[in-house]
Design a protein around this ligand. Structure first.
Ligand code: GUN
Length: 300
């Protein structure tokens, strides 16, 4: 029977660290780390995610700005808002909730966010820095997965990790972080042959395919660690229910450790977003020491 990796409890620890960082930054520089969240349109899942991000920000003492734009927003209008946020000295992190309505080009939007304020870690410069193994702003969900994995394996060196899914948001950056931690990494996807057999070789399986209950017991080596990134919303008796990419009841008796859905990766993603917001501010203060001294001077 598997050990349950409690994302709620772990995220509370990360949020405590964030709150301590916020207090320190406030005391030392008189600056409140502030996150701007941009939501275009009324996608119901995105509305829930944004609400949760804003709620947790407030709890950790992070300042927030909410920008809700209607679904017909043009590329130019969104571009103007991002440009204003890039130049706003009181905004330290910018998050544009994805997916965007179809008239908007996500790649253009992501590239228009200043890399130092890119708390999602999606800007091509940050993606490149991660691939090159440099210190940078790292995507939140894979970062959360690494914290969870470190609970099971303080040293990941030599473990065989299989990442199921190759998205820019999770699969690819996840593979980079695992590689940095000296894992042997395999990425499998919809065109992979014998996918279950490949996963059965793994010490660690990261399920990030976006397919409900794709991974079952046949895919898992006894004792392996399984991290479920899936958040598939279904309606049961008129109520919204979240189902992972892992068939939990099937895998639980086989795995050595497993994350639940909900209460697993989801809370860790939000905690890492806030961690990235304090990191973004610290990087901005280091890159522009004048900003730090101005803030200190203004604060007496
Ligand atoms: N939509 C789903 N996941 C994410 C994420 O990590 N960041 C943003 N900006 N949008 C998302």
């Amino acid at each position: 029977m598997a050990q349950l990796i409690d994302g709620k409890a772990l995220s509370a620890q990360v949020l405590q660290q964030v709150a301590a960082d916020v207090a320190l930054l406030k005391a030392e520089y008189g600056i409140v780390p502030t996150l701007a969240v941009v939501l275009v349109g009324e996608d119901p899942a995105s509305q829930v995610y944004v609400r949760n991000k804003l709620k947790r920000s407030a709890e950790a003492g992070i300042g927030s700005r909410e920008h809700r734009l209607n679904r017909d927003t043009t590329q130019q209008e969104l571009g103007q808002l991002i440009e204003a946020l890039n130049h706003d000295p009181e905004v330290h992190g910018i998050l544009v909730q994805l997916p965007l309505p179809s008239q908007l080009d996500e790649d253009v939007v992501i590239a228009s966010i200043h890399p130092d304020k890119d708390v999602d870690g999606f800007h091509p410069l940050n993606v490149g820095a991660l691939a090159a193994g440099r210190d940078t702003l790292v995507p939140c969900t894979p970062q959360g997965c690494m914290i969870m994995l470190n609970q099971v394996y303080p040293d990941l060196s030599g473990k065989h990790a299989v990442v199921v899914g190759r998205s820019n948001i999770v699969g690819k950056p996840m593979a980079m972080l695992l590689l940095q931690a000296n894992c042997t990494v395999t990425v499998v996807h919809s065109r992979t042959q014998n996918i279950a057999a490949v996963c059965r070789n793994a010490d660690i399986v990261i399920a990030a395919a976006g397919r409900m209950e794709l991974v079952d017991a046949d895919w898992i080596k006894p004792g392996a660690t399984v991290i479920d990134v899936g958040i598939n919303a279904i309606e049961v008796d008129g109520k919204r229910k979240l189902i992972g990419d892992v068939a939990f009841d099937s895998v639980f008796p086989v795995a050595g450790a497993i994350t639940p859905v909900p209460g697993g990766v989801g809370p860790m993603t939000i905690a890492c977003l806030l961690l990235n917001t304090t990191r973004a501010l610290k990087r901005q203060l280091t890159a522009h020491p004048d900003k730090a001294s101005v803030a200190v001077a203004a604060n007496g």
